[in-house]
Write a protein that binds this ligand. Structure first.
Ligand code: KIV
Length: 271
């Protein structure tokens, strides 16, 4: 008799229980099947199909150009690969800011066409109506405050946000507001560690940081950055766990050399 152990899926409730127990949440981005499978099998808690796909997968300078159709394509690939992780998908720029009906339609497309588990939206009080409407349809929402890359043309730069008192207060009140609307978690991007810790202590929902220090409930990074596939992005908050750029370059150079020298394929590599 074969005993196959059923893998238990992480849910939004699991994350909330983890916060209560003080267990940190691990989250990374994924955009395609093969990478998502590795990440899921390694035991990551949350996979974010981030709109950073615009940068990492498509080579755009900002996240602004990526479309809802692109996000659905990436999300479908990631969902097919995962058995354990909770899969959260970014609503891209222009798919939820216009009005709440449009926001709901975008979220529904992601849930139905990709079979995702939750959506993420950038912004605070100003997108309340969209968040409320999505939540009313039973779709879990993750918030995103601090540096919100979809607003890059408003900010002008990717520098640390909420260093000044006024913006810090606004961020705190937005976090409490997102919690009161019913968001299940919030990403805080590139803000002072002390402020992020204060927010994490002031709300009951998990706070996942990127460039927000260690006093929060979990961490998220862009997979391609932490694996060292991109070697031209080196912010202070990024820890690189591998140098795949160098490893892949060496492997590809070896292959080219073997092809040119006719070393590949050899007798045992042909039919
Ligand atoms: O799109 C993304 O990768 C993100 C993370 C930076 C949190 O939103």
């Amino acid at each position: 008799m074969s005993v196959t152990k059923k893998i238990k899926r992480i849910t939004t409730h699991t994350l909330q229980a983890m916060k209560q127990k003080g267990e940190k949440i691990s989250m990374l981005t994924a955009y395609d099947y093969s990478m998502a499978r590795i990440l899921d099998e390694a035991g990551i808690d949350v996979l974010l199909v981030g709109d950073s796909a615009a940068n990492v997968m498509a080579g755009y300078e900002t996240t602004v150009p990526i479309t809802l159709n692109h996000m659905i394509y990436h999300a479908q690939s990631v969902i097919r690969a995962t058995k354990r992780a909770l899969v959260v998908v970014d609503l891209p720029f222009g798919s939820y800011q216009g009005n709440s009906k449009e926001a709901l339609n975008s979220a529904i497309r992601i849930m139905k066409e990709a079979e995702a588990h939750a959506v993420k939206l950038e912004g605070g009080e100003e997108i309340s109506e969209s968040i409320k409407r999505i939540l009313t349809a039973g779709v879990p929402v993750m918030g995103h405050l601090g540096l919100t890359p979809q607003s890059i043309y408003k900010f002008g730069t990717y520098v640390v946000r909420a260093k000044e008192e006024e913006e810090a207060e606004r961020l705190m009140s937005d976090a409490k507001h997102l919690e009161s609307l019913g968001c299940f978690a919030i990403v805080l991007e590139k803000i002072p560690a002390k402020l992020a810790e204060k927010v994490a202590k002031s709300v009951a929902i998990p706070i996942i940081g990127i460039g927000a220090g260690g006093g929060v409930d979990g961490q998220v990074l862009v997979s391609h950055d932490m694996l060292g596939i991109n070697n031209d992005f080196n912010p202070r908050f990024l820890r690189k766990y591998a140098n795949l750029h160098a490893e892949m370059t060496n492997a590809i150079k070896s292959y080219i050399g073997d092809v040119k020298s006719t070393d590949f394929p050899n007798e045992s590599e042909q039919y």
